[in-house]
Design a protein. Structure first.
Length: 767
């Protein structure tokens, strides 16, 4: 990689890159890095749209810029995974050198692939940038893609061979899938290049957004599939454990079956089961495995090791890394060889902890996670059943009676209405809360059927907001696994009427077979009332703040006038500053009130017919002194014969003022702010476009989508004044209340333009 990088730097120094290519090169590098980061795991690596984007980068930029793009696009994902992999839900190499080694391998593979493909393409007469595709060029593009893929797959195979024979075998078996995932999208590389070269940056950005979205969709689908596969495997292992436990009472056979199934679901080369004897206060190890081989560990007195800690707390303990540091933090003694990752769960029989099942790893690449813990907890629960089977037989009746009493207590004390149905929709249980909701006694409910025996609607079902058909549809969709539950809001008739959130959930047994239905009704009356009170309190606070602020402003003005008469030189300036701050706070309160009214459609609009040109001139005129101070060229251009607008003149003047003020605030000295209006020729009805454009620093693309939300600011952009984050949100509410639209277009370093799209001509209605 060092040699390739040195050659690339040398070539760049000889022929510097075209500055116009830096932006598309950077965007392509980011796209490649994004695609590689969120690739689909396969054959010990990841497959993605990287080949398509790398070939497209060559067809857009040429060989040297494309090599830089490939270099950055291959290295950035490994750095991203190392520093932020866990936040993104990805596995990362624990050592920086391993990360850099993998990044170097990817850089070599990508750069060699680009170099080989480009050399063949150009030697046969191909040229970049690609601006058109004709028939003679198709074979050259095909050769480019095939050579790129061939070198890419060959280099990747060599790298896999250096890792292990198993990795190479897995890679060779996955070659058809690799060709499908990475080969087929290559046909779109010329299209991507043509979009950039012919249609421009905006079209390319739109296509890039589509690629990013598609990459995320494919990545999420792949990860979901892997999770499902893992879950299916876990369920199969748990079923096998259950069968083994039910087929024998021999402890050695039971523990051996547990170890075999745990080894199928997680790294279990180092595994042990510890059992606690309460009478002798000793811990024995009926099964222990080291490096995949059974060993015998001597029993010992209970002490302060990890096993004792799990037994004492009765809770699972997961230490994914830094085991020595965690031991020190927990105050636990280190017994034996320190592990890199450790997981132990208690074997619980009711409230009694019988022992511990634990796995530990001495390899930094094998780490246990929450999913492993959940599986081991389930297996430990099954093991506890087997170990205490004889005791449980004797206590079955007592435990059953206790569970029935607990269920009855839950039904009686729950604040939610609970209705339990059997598969035939016959009511098995209904609590008192549900009876009060429906106005039907519990005796009438229990045993009643929700199926209509006549042509009429079942009265109980009708009060629950269901018909026979809708309940059947919901039950069928739940059985098919479309969702874990069905939730809907209904209003139970009164008096008083009661808003209810109703949730239907299937009741399943240990084998996952549906044995009935659970319907839970939650009263939303208090929640709705609290929400209403919160809104009223917000408005009350705003109004209460407005009055004292107004009084404060008048008082400060009077004090300032009195102090000036006594010639206190510094006091008037201080009072003016206080008045200015007070006015600013009062304006913010007023704006919050107006925003609240606009949000709730309670803002009256006093519309009138307004000519566009005077409206623009008035809005811009207030800022002429400010623009002249900053040497900003403030231009107002309105095309002739524009249809008038039917708007609230005061509100629309404030909207334009906010936009012009923002433009001046972020435009550097000597820049230009342009306010213009023209008709929209593409509109089916009369529409006037009003735009405020500046030559400021522009807005990064990632912030454009949220720019018109409340309290949104672009970070790291300091204007001449600090804003409240409400101006653009206010503009959007006002424009939309007039039936219009507001949008923004911007590129970093090229300024911004805000466009209002307002209906013109005769107004159909006025608010």
């Amino acid at each position: 990689m060092t040699i390739l990088l040195a050659l690339l730097v040398w070539r760049t120094v000889l022929v510097p890159l075209d500055p116009d290519l830096i932006l598309p090169a950077g965007l392509l590098a980011l796209l490649i890095a994004f695609a590689a980061t969120f690739g689909v795991p396969l054959a010990g690596g990841r497959v993605s749209f990287v080949p398509m984007m790398a070939v497209a980068a060559y067809l857009v930029l040429g060989l040297v810029p494309a090599a830089w793009v490939a270099f950055l696009g291959a290295l950035l994902p490994e750095i991203t995974r190392y520093f932020w992999g866990e936040r993104l839900g990805m596995r990362r190499d624990p050592e920086l050198l391993q990360t850099l080694g993998l990044g170097a391998a990817n850089v070599i593979i990508q750069m060699l692939s680009i170099l080989a493909g480009a050399t063949a393409f150009e030697s046969l007469g191909g040229r970049t940038p690609l601006t058109a595709v004709d028939l003679p060029l198709v074979p050259l593009l095909l050769i480019l893609g095939l050579i790129y893929l061939g070198v890419n797959f060959l280099a990747a195979g060599i790298y896999m061979a250096t890792r292990s024979r198993q990795a190479l075998t897995m890679y060779l078996h996955a070659l058809p899938s690799l060709l499908l995932y990475e080969g087929l999208p290559l046909v779109f590389a010329p299209l991507l290049a043509l979009i950039q070269n012919d249609l421009g940056q905006v079209a390319f950005l739109l296509f890039a957004v589509i690629l990013v979205a598609f990459s995320l969709i494919v990545h999420n689908l792949a990860m979901t599939s892997r999770r499902l596969e893992r879950r299916v495997k876990e369920l199969g292992g748990l079923q096998a454990v259950g069968q083994a436990l039910s087929s024998t009472l021999d402890l050695e056979a039971i523990l051996g079956a547990i170890h075999r199934q745990v080894g199928e679901l997680m790294p279990a080369h180092n595994f042990y089961v510890a059992l606690y004897n309460t009478e002798s206060d000793e811990i024995s190890f009926p099964l222990a495995v080291e490096a995949g081989r059974p060993v015998r560990w001597r029993a010992r007195r209970s002490g302060s090791g990890l096993s004792e800690h799990v037994m004492r707390t009765g809770q699972p303990l997961l230490i994914p890394d830094d085991v020595p540091g965690t031991l020190k933090q927990l105050g636990v003694a280190l017994i034996g060889r320190p592990a890199s990752s450790w997981l132990g769960v208690p074997i619980r029989a009711g409230e009694q902890v019988l022992g511990v099942i634990a796995v530990q790893s001495y390899s930094s690449t094998e780490r246990y996670d929450q999913a492993h813990q959940e599986v081991l907890v389930t297996i430990a629960a099954q093991a506890a059943v087997a170990i205490q089977n004889a005791h449980l037989y004797a206590r079955t009746d007592q435990a059953l009676a206790r569970r029935v009493q607990e269920l009855d207590s839950i039904l009686r004390t729950a604040q939610e209405g609970i209705l339990l149905l059997d598969p035939a929709w016959r009511i098995v249980a209904a609590n008192r809360t549900l009876s009060e909701f429906l106005g039907i006694t519990q005796d009438e409910l229990v045993g009643a059927s929700l199926r209509s025996e006549t042509a009429g609607q079942n009265p109980i079902l009708a009060r629950l907001g269901y018909t026979t058909d809708t309940l059947a549809v919901d039950c069928q969709s739940l059985l098919q696994g479309e969702s874990p539950h069905k939730r809907q809001s209904i209003v139970l008739p009164g008096p008083p009427e009661r808003p209810i959130e109703q949730t239907l959930t299937p009741v399943v047994d240990s084998e996952g077979t549906s044995t009935g239905w659970l319907l839970v009704l939650r009263d939303l009356t208090e929640e709705r009332e609290l929400e209403r009170m919160r809104e009223e309190l917000t408005h009350l606070l705003i109004h209460d703040l407005r009055s004292p602020l107004t009084v404060m402003q008048g008082s400060i003005s009077l004090i300032g006038r009195l102090l000036r008469q006594k010639n206190y030189d510094d006091m008037p300036q201080l009072i003016d500053m206080a008045r200015s701050g007070n006015e600013q706070l009062l304006n913010m309160v007023n704006q919050l009130l107006e925003i609240s009214r606009l949000e709730n459609d309670r803002m009256p609009l006093h519309t009138e017919q307004i000519e566009v040109a005077p409206l623009l001139a008035q809005a811009a005129g207030r800022f002429v002194p400010l623009a002249e101070t900053a040497d900003i060229d403030l231009q107002v251009v309105a095309e002739p014969d524009l249809l008038p607008l039917h708007v609230d003149a005061a509100l629309m003047d404030r909207v334009l003022g906010n936009l012009v003020d923002n433009a001046i605030k972020f435009t550097p000295d000597g820049g230009r702010v342009r306010l213009w209006a023209r008709p929209d020729p593409a509109a089916s009805s009369p529409v006037v476009l009003i735009e405020v454009a500046d030559t400021g620093p522009g807005i990064p693309p990632e912030f454009l989508g949220n720019l018109f939300r409340k309290f949104q600011r672009v970070p790291n952009q300091a204007g001449r004044r600090r804003g409240s984050g409400l101006g653009l949100y206010f503009c959007r509410l006002v424009v939309e209340s007039h039936g219009g639209q507001i949008s923004v277009a911007s590129l970093p370093g090229q300024g911004s333009s805000f466009t209002l799209r307002l209906p013109a001509g005769q107004a159909e209605s006025q608010i």
